[in-house]
Design a protein around this ligand. Structure first.
Ligand code: IMP
Ligand code: MG
Length: 187
């Protein structure tokens, strides 16, 4: 028994596949930033929390970790493009190498907003790591340096990604294939 209906959520990437990909990305990031000076990972709340937690444990460098919160207006499955900062970084990133860690890049509007915002703080460099990328949804060009998985234009949930505020705690990434994946939960 579980709180969700497993017939309404199709598993796209299971926990073992996600773990394996985090290990690979961590090794790549470690190699790329070796000897390059201060590295701060910036996790975008709320969706990136499982990804950043797993990723950092595979980065063999003396990194710092900070978070900021972003929210697109609207509750539906499509990004409105109007982005709001709900929580700022705790510390300045001036002179540091910044690696933004995001759950998913879809239209790119959220990332575009964030990158413009970060640039004003004069970091040494900014790169982007995203767990998921939906290239078919892209509306604006944004540079992405590390991609966990490239996925089709479907609404995904779990491992940080929500459906009407819920399902972030699923240990896998899934696609909702039916109405009400949790009794009473609708978009
Ligand atoms: P973008 O601005 O369209 O690139 O979308 C960015 C944000 O929309 C992400 O950080 C997510 O919070 C949310 N999002 C986009 N696609 C999905 C999805 O398939 N499932 C859950 N959230 C999504
Ligand atoms: Mg997000």
């Amino acid at each position: 028994m579980s709180f969700y209906d497993p017939t309404k959520i199709e598993v796209l990437y299971d926990a073992a596949s996600i773990e394996a990909r985090c290990r690979q990305l961590g090794a790549q990031i470690t190699a790329d930033y070796q000897g390059r000076g201060e590295l701060a990972l910036v996790g975008v709340l709320r969706g990136s929390f499982p990804f950043i937690a797993d990723l950092v444990r595979h980065i063999d460098l003396p990194i710092e970790i900070d978070f900021l919160g972003l929210s697109s207006y609207g509750e539906r499955t499509e990004s409105s493009g109007i982005v709001r900062m709900t929580q700022d970084l705790s510390e300045p990133v001036r002179g540091k190498h910044v690696l933004v860690v995001e759950d998913i890049v879809d239209t790119g509007l959220t990332m575009k907003y964030l990158l413009a915002n970060l640039q004003t703080r004069e970091p040494a460099s900014v790169r982007v790591a995203t767990l998921l990328h939906k290239p078919e949804g892209q509306r604006v060009e944004v540079p992405i340096d590390y991609i966990g998985f490239t996925i089709p234009n479907r609404f995904v949930v779990g491992y940080g990604l929500d459906f009407a505020g819920k399902l972030r705690n699923l240990p896998f990434i899934g696609v909702v294939v039916g109405d009400e994946p949790v009794p009473g939960l609708r978009l």
